[in-house]
Design a protein around this ligand. Structure first.
Ligand code: NI
Ligand code: MN
Length: 226
């Protein structure tokens, strides 16, 4: 499968012919000014929670691509009112989509829409099919709930974890998180976009490597094949 980092918490993935987009916040992100949202194709848009820095471009891209939103009930209902199709889920539930199984798992954070209205509870996703299994944590603190993942999901190939601190866990907690989820291959997100979440990448890399983990910082627009 192919994974492309589009800045902040946004990833585009091609999984067995299906295009998935996670938490699109591209057009307001100065660091992602090279990315043209008109060029992004998606069959499904997965939204971890309702904050602006995770949903900003979801409406535009969903409408152009006729993509389906996968998120919690409240977020999917919100987009339904805008005429966008969706698949509502809630924590602990799984659903078999054509690209694989999605399980909505706990995240410790908050969730509201940019206008302040209720956007349900924040979540992460575990996605698995016969070829792949990975975890997109969404915005979250380190939480013991992560220890449930190895008991309830296939072995993870890799995990996407926030590391920027202040609004989510920082990199030291993310190292513990990678122990909790029993995963050694990490792709980080939610760093450097704003002043509050600047990281020293070399320091983070060294810390992960000293604990036997592989962390891959992707440049915005860069893709990796896994
Ligand atoms: Ni957030
Ligand atoms: Mn965020």
């Amino acid at each position: 499968m192919q994974i492309r980092f589009l800045g902040h918490a946004c990833f585009h993935m091609e999984i067995d012919g299906y295009k998935l987009l996670f938490d699109p916040f591209i057009s307001p992100n100065e660091l992602a000014s090279e990315i043209d949202i008109e060029s992004i194709e998606a069959d499904f848009i997965l939204l971890s929670h309702g904050h602006q820095d995770h949903i900003h471009d979801a409406e535009t891209i969903a409408k152009r691509c006729n993509a389906k939103i996968i998120s919690n009930y409240e977020v999917v209902t919100w987009y339904g009112k805008l005429g966008i199709e969706g698949h509502p889920m809630n924590h602990g539930g799984s659903w078999e989509f054509d690209f694989g199984k999605v399980k909505m798992v706990n995240a410790v954070h908050s969730s509201s829409f940019p206008d302040g209205s209720y956007a349900g509870n924040p979540a992460g996703f575990v996605i698995s099919n016969q070829n792949h299994c990975f975890y997109f944590a969404g915005d979250t603190a380190l939480t013991l709930d992560m220890q449930l993942l190895p008991m309830t999901s296939p072995k993870l190939d890799f995990a996407l974890l926030p590391i920027g601190d202040n609004f989510t866990m920082g990199y030291e907690d993310a190292i513990l998180a990678s122990d909790f989820i029993d995963c050694t291959r990490i792709i980080p997100f939610h760093y450097d976009t704003f002043g509050y979440i600047q990281v020293d990448k070399e320091k983070v890399k060294t810390a992960f490597e000293s604990r036997g983990k592989e962390i891959t910082f992707l440049e915005i627009g860069e893709s990796v094949k896994i």
